[in-house]
Design a binder for this molecule. Structure first.
Ligand SMILES: Nc1ncnc2c1ncn2[C@@H]1O[C@H](COP(=O)(O)OP(=O)(O)OP(=O)(O)O)[C@@H](O)[C@H]1O
Ligand SMILES: [Mg+2]
Length: 517
């Protein structure tokens, strides 16, 4: 029962229920958010409620194993703090700011409380500028705002982490500022892999990583986002730099809040979520803001439970974002990566005033074409492609080529897909889409457009694919028109070593034969 800090305020544990600990203080009741230490600092507890004149209830940020009634608890005299400063760059931390990269603790750092207010309205600035990602589909249809918040929504295993990693890869090198990666409640392995990848890519010197992964107690997962934000705010406010804040996964923050709330005995609200979810989420999201000194651009993965976009967690998150990128299981199962559902995704940046008239109109045209194809799918499934009007067949051909052109090989998946990653400029992406919509590629096999970079690569790729019936312009879907069947025969990105469109020609021929007969 030693006292490390000067006049120490000591209490004693009254009860321990999992992560919830009640502590009695006889002299002075510590205020809300105070960090308490027990067991020589091995156990950290954050005060969340004052029960009466002598007792507080707190949530443990560490495991409470070994804590028993009567154990001494020391008031640290302040809230949870995060280290900020230049020395944090290239380092990896946990929620307490302990270095977890097996190197010495950084010395030249300041410690700041993680509970901070969002910047005042008067300090906020709104610029409308696009952040190019080099990913065709995103740049053309769901452009990301510099200094905005973008969400990657998707159910389990549809590619959120892969897409986020790809964005880190593409953006970090061009970004002059600092990047902060925050892992909340995801796999520990992913954090370690990311660290090694970033180190190998040489971008670590401008990056900070903070992790509170799925093995950590709910209190820690609940606070780690705030710790990362505190570091981001330092670079924005003190060093006047632009910050890229990447979070995987914001749903785990909400989930941790739900666990904490449940443990604290609050009545659950809709679907078991905590009644305070909206407040907690905005407490985090509102701090991700642009001010006159710098901008925090944030990209967040959002797990969508049971692929249900009406889930309260997803709905609450949507409202904070300037771009929502929705990943679809259907596209993923067809091998169309990145599996972004274009018709569900949206960006506030996609207006003619911001992206320009040409880009805007092109985006509209692409969406229209894909929506028309979506509507026609039922008819194709029932009657076959041949029954469509010639004009509709053209729409189908364009849409399917667009869908394929908008796939892209990723640097992040090079290792298991065997295809080299590609970065495509916005200009090339727009040109490609425009030329497909002008039917310039109607005679090319669809597979020539699959997993390529700029559109000119299609010409090269088409040479390796056997030519198909040139005369018929449009329909290249499979005979009975089941678009899924056709899609399924696309080379799957996973184990397929060469994407040289091997399975595709059969489909093409099938279609061609049907027309011949
Ligand atoms: N762009 C892509 N190219 C090829 N394969 C991909 C791509 N994106 C995702 N995949 C495949 O999908 C798998 C799951 O992706 P990922 O781990 O990103 O999913 P997730 O949405 O983060 O899942 P979770 O919710 O479980 O974290 C990958 O391991 C990979 O096989
Ligand atoms: Mg993931």
């Amino acid at each position: 029962m030693e006292s490390k800090t000067t006049p120490s305020n000591l209490g004693a544990v009254v009860s321990v229920r999992g992560s919830v600990v009640d502590i009695r203080f006889n002299a002075h009741l510590p205020p809300i958010y105070t960090l308490l230490h027990a067991k020589e600092g091995k156990i950290a507890i954050e005060v969340l409620a004052q029960l009466d004149t002598h007792r507080v209830r707190g949530i443990a940020l560490t495991d409470t194993q070994g804590l028993v009634r009567g154990n001494a608890v020391e008031d640290t005299g302040g809230p949870l703090k995060a280290p900020v400063g230049k020395a944090t760059l290239s380092r990896m931390f946990d929620v307490f700011g302990n270095a977890i990269d097996r190197q010495a603790e950084p010395t030249d750092v300041q410690w700041r409380t993680v509970h901070r207010a969002p910047p005042e309205l008067a300090r906020r600035s709104t610029k409308s500028e696009i952040f190019e990602t080099g990913i065709k589909l995103i740049d053309v249809l769901v452009p990301i705002e510099r200094g905005g918040k973008a969400g990657l929504f998707g159910g389990a295993g549809v590619g959120k982490t892969v897409l986020l990693t790809e964005m880190i890869h593409n953006m970090i090198e061009h970004q002059k500022g600092v990047s902060i990666f925050c892992g909340i409640g995801e796999r520990c392995r992913e954090g370690e892999e990311l660290y090694r990848d970033m180190k190998a890519a040489g971008v670590l010197p401008n990056m900070v990583m903070v992790f509170g992964q799925m093995n950590e107690p709910p209190g820690s997962r609940f606070r780690v986002g705030l710790a990362a934000l505190t570091m981001a705010e330092y670079f924005r406010d003190d060093e006047h730099r632009d910050v890229l804040l990447l979070i995987d996964n914001i749903f785990r923050f909400i989930q941790a809040g739900m666990e904490v709330s449940g443990l604290m005995g609050q009545m659950p609200s809709r679907l078991g979520y905590q009644p305070t979810m909206g407040t907690e989420l905005s407490g985090l999201e509102e701090r991700i803001a642009n001010t006159d000194t710098g901008a925090i651009t944030s990209i967040q993965a959002v797990y969508v439970p049971a692929d249900d976009l009406t889930d309260p967690a997803a709905v609450h998150t949507f409202s904070h974002l300037s771009a929502s990128i929705v990943l679809s299981r259907k596209r993923a199962s067809e091998g169309l990566f990145p599996a972004i559902d274009l018709l569900q995704s949206s960006s506030k940046m996609a207006t003619s005033a911001i992206v320009g008239e040409r880009h805007y109109l092109l985006g509209q045209e692409i969406r229209r074409t894909l929506a028309q194809y979506e509507n026609l799918k039922d008819i194709i499934a029932m009657l076959g492609l041949e029954q469509l009007a010639p004009e509709d067949r053209k729409v189908v051909a364009r849409a399917r080529r667009l869908e394929r052109f908008l796939t892209q090989p990723f640097f992040a998946t090079e290792k298991f897909s065997g295809i080299k990653g590609k970065l495509v400029s916005l200009k090339d992406s727009l040109d490609g889409c425009e030329r497909i919509l002008r039917d310039e590629f109607k005679d090319y096999p669809e597979s020539a457009l699959y997993m390529i970079g700029a559109i000119d690569e299609a010409k090269e790729k088409a040479k390796n694919v056997k030519p198909v019936a040139k005369a018929e312009s449009a329909p290249k879907t499979d005979a009975k028109g089941d678009p899924k069947a056709a899609g399924n025969s696309e080379p799957k990105a996973k184990p397929e070593p060469q994407p040289k469109a091997k399975p595709k020609p059969e489909v093409e021929h099938a279609a061609a034969n049907t027309h011949a007969s």
